[in-house]
Write a protein that binds this ligand. Structure first.
Ligand code: NAP
Length: 287
């Protein structure tokens, strides 16, 4: 019997990763024999580790913190999504042996919001907290859903301004950048406010250290929904804050994780797994 195809996720740290479990469940569901492992790779080992993986017959790699941007420099080509995000989370080697990359984070978020959670985005006022790699990756797919307005708030406002400029160049939806510290404050008459949002997405990494950015319940519009891109075994700090301060619903990013993995699985295997039972299996372990 041939050895199972090899796949892996690389990052640092990586022991917490749920990707091996998710891809193993997808493989069982779709009848594929594969081995998917988590490999701890330090930044200075990145190029060597990626080349060694594919030279050794590896078929596909997922890439997570802190390598999503750096790995772009190793590719022969990448998708439009990866190019816009300036970050890659899925790699494979094409028939000529050239290294190709894509970014499935944006589509993962959109599928979770739309298909799993039924959260409307079109014509809504959106607040995106954070301007790092994840924010950049979800920006284009969110704008493609035609929100009424998008405000990007970041601790370092210059990074939010860069993202807002990228969005301006790409379309007609109003996108503004502000400092996190200016959120929820009174707005001069005639200006669009920094309060009363319909959907607030936390793309800062604060939940990973059980912290919160400075936030006010004034951010909530009627029926506001909150979404934390981070996920944890317990309620994340942002989800807890949202539930305690009157959001109508608050979700973590576990669904996004499963959906971005399903898209990577589809890129590698040409088969789209059913995400619902996999998400349910993970949820039963995390609540
Ligand atoms: P990143 O590139 O390191 O960016 C971190 C962001 O968090 C920056 O905007 C940073 O602001 C902000 N931040 C960090 N500490 C802060 C603090 N104490 N107060 C306020 N803002 C703070 O990280 P990333 O790759 O974008 O990841 C962000 C989050 O998305 C993480 O929680 C990650 O787990 C999650 N994520 C989830 C999925 C999924 O599938 N569910 C996929 C990708 C990412 P400054 O620019 O001012 O430093």
């Amino acid at each position: 019997m041939p050895a199972p195809e090899r796949y892996a996720v690389i990052g640092h740290p990586i022991s917490h990763s749920l990707s091996p479990r998710i891809h193993t469940l997808f493989a069982a569901q779709t009848g594929r024999a594969l081995r998917y492992e988590a490999i701890d790779v330090l930044p200075e080992q990145l190029a060597m580790a990626v080349r060694a993986f594919f030279a050794g017959g590896g078929r596909g790699l997922n890439v997570t913190l802190p390598h999503k941007q750096a790995v772009l420099g190793l590719l022969s080509r990448c998708s439009e999504a990866a190019s816009h995000a300036r970050a890659v989370n899925t790699l494979w080697s094409d028939a000529e042996g050239a290294l190709v990359g894509d970014n499935t984070d944006g589509i993962g978020l959109v599928r979770d919001l739309q298909q799993n959670l039924g959260v409307p985005v079109a014509a809504r006022r959106l607040l995106l907290l954070g301007a790092g790699g994840a924010a950049r990756g979800v920006l284009g797919p969110l704008l493609a859903l035609a929100p009424r307005e998008l405000v990007i708030a970041n601790r370092d406002v210059a990074r939010a301004e860069v993202l807002a400029a990228v969005a301006h160049d790409a379309g007609s939806i109003p996108v503004r950048a502000i400092a996190l510290s200016a959120l929820g404050q009174d707005t001069p008459p005639g200006q669009s406010g920094t309060a009363g949002f319909d959907l607030i997405l936390n793309a800062t990494s604060t939940s990973l250290s059980n912290e919160l950015p400075p936030l006010s319940p004034r951010l909530f519009g009627p029926g506001a929904v909150c979404y934390d891109l981070a996920y944890a075994l317990h309620e994340t700090s942002f989800v807890r804050w949202a539930r305690h301060h009157g959001a109508s619903a608050a979700h973590d990013g576990l669904g996004m994780l499963v959906e971005q993995a399903a898209e990577a699985f589809h890129l590698w295997h040409g088969v789209r797994p059913d995400t619902a039972p996999v998400l349910a299996a993970l949820r039963s372990q995390t609540q």
